[in-house]
Design a protein around this ligand. Structure first.
Ligand code: GLU
Length: 445
């Protein structure tokens, strides 16, 4: 494989799909050497085949708002690769959603899912629908309209969607209700379900918990410990709250959270009461963080700014793609950050990652760090197939085991001659080679 030639060809075929091209380039550059040491991969054109989704569905989602007005949104499902298991990946409802974003997310999902050790392929979907500011009934009508199209393409052994930004337990409930009515079956067709209809314990907090388990191993491998560390977190969505809760429980101090309005710096650190307050604020369909500063004295709200200017030991971007750029990375490095763990998908811009690696700051990529969410979705699928429900301890123990095995894979494939662990390289090679081998063994299809 020649990465530059392949990228030039992809840029020609998919002009302007910047996030997708960014995600593909990162993977191909890191796996190129290993790939070229395995002639069977080139002989089977694995790189050319893996970078294109198997198929993409796009559809129109008309629905009626509370004022009786007709709204039209776009819906998508990108089925990227099912070489190792059924398509699996979340649905994102956000006004920024477009094909480039869903293709990058679907592409990353292939390798993330491969790392979990569970049999899941990669997919992603969603809509440009914005749940913020919508009434509960509007969200329900939208979810029902979305599912009347999506249900034909998915199934418990075919494609299993879940949540992502803008899609949490409430949306999964409404989506599942409509699927059940249309398909006339109760199956594990979605994950992140409520506990009354087949959900798994630990799934709501799994992405954040898994990320902290992974970070703890990153620190221990570096001869360090999580206890007493100061952490900057961005966002306060599905992922950030679990990370904040677990990090706090394990003795670290989380001093920032953020929203589209700016960030909060709370030097005393978050605690269970403050996290509960933020969850309530979010449940009221609000993603601003400013009210936190009025409620908790000692904390400060910085409008329109990102938390990467605060002096911390660990940075954990938990909001969205490309939220941490080269300038942010320079600021973090100047303030002595030691670890950066991406919890959002592709949270760091390539120039930020380059700087971390150059300065030997330990950097964990989203594919490895945030894989606990989809891994626990995989555990939900297992429970649904067996028609049983595991205890919280059982699910949490399996999540621990999976995060350890991902960490181990990163060490195996990412340790550089000087001892620095390039987690990005390790995760990409381990995930890619598993899927590539499976594709070679199954022939050209
Ligand atoms: N959206 C999550 C992710 O990026 C979870 C996907 C899932 O559970 O299927 O991995």
């Amino acid at each position: 494989m020649n990465v530059n030639n392949l990228m030039a060809e992809l840029e020609r075929k998919h002009p302007g799909e910047s996030e997708y091209l960014q995600a593909v380039r990162e993977v191909l550059v890191t796996v190129e050497k290993t790939y070229n040491e395995h002639p069977e991969l080139e002989a089977n054109k694995i790189a050319e085949r893996i970078v294109e989704p198997d198929r993409i569905f796009t559809f129109k989602v008309p629905w009626v708002d509370d004022k009786g007005q007709i709204q039209v949104n776009l819906g998508y499902r990108v089925q990227f690769n099912n070489a190792i298991g059924p398509y699996k990946g979340g649905l994102r409802f956000h006004p920024s959603v477009n094909l480039s974003i869903l293709k990058f997310l679907g592409f990353e999902q292939i390798f993330k899912n491969a790392l979990t050790t569970l049999p899941m392929g990669g997919a992603k979907g969603g809509s440009d629908f914005n749940p913020k500011g919508k009434s509960d009934r509007e969200v329900m009508r939208f979810c029902q309209a979305f599912m009347t199209e999506l249900w034909r393409y998915i199934g418990p052994e075919t494609d299993v969607p879940a949540g992502d930004i803008g899609v949490g337990g409430r949306e999964i409930g409404y989506l599942y209700g409509m699927y059940r009515k249309l398909a006339r079956e109760n199956t594990g067709v979605l994950t992140g379900k409520g506990m009354t209809y087949g959900g798994s314990l630990v799934r709501p907090e799994a992405t954040g918990f898994g990320a902290v388990y992974f970070v703890r191993q990153m620190l221990e491998t570096a001869g360090d410990k999580l206890e007493g560390k100061v952490i900057a977190i961005s966002g306060f969505g599905n992922v950030a709250w679990g990370a904040a809760l677990k990090a706090t429980e394990l003795g670290a101090r989380v001093v920032t959270i953020s929203g589209p309005d700016g960030y909060i710096h709370d030097p005393a650190g978050l605690d269970a009461e403050k996290i509960d307050y933020m969850l309530e604020l979010r449940a009221s369909n609000n993603d601003v963080v400013a009210p936190y500063a009025d409620k908790f004295p000692g904390s400060t709200f910085y409008p329109g700014r990102k938390p990467w200017e605060v002096k911390v030991d660990i940075a954990m971007p938990c909001a969205t793609q490309n939220e941490l750029d080269g300038e942010d990375a320079k600021r973090l490095a100047a303030n002595g950050v030691k670890y950066v763990a991406e919890v959002s998908n592709m949270g760091c811009r390539p120039e930020a990652i380059d700087l971390f690696i150059e300065k030997r700051i330990v950097y964990g990529p989203g594919k490895a760090v945030n894989a606990g969410g989809v891994a626990t979705s995989g555990l939900e699928m297992s429970q649904n197939s067996m028609k049983i429900s595991w205890s919280r301890e059982e699910v949490d123990a399996r999540l621990h085991q999976i995060m350890s095995s991902i960490h181990h894979a990163c060490l195996e494939f990412g340790t550089e001659p000087d001892g620095y662990i390039n987690y990005m390289k390790g995760a990409n090679i381990a995930g890619f080679m598993k899927v590539a081998r499976s594709m070679v063994e199954q022939g050209v299809i």
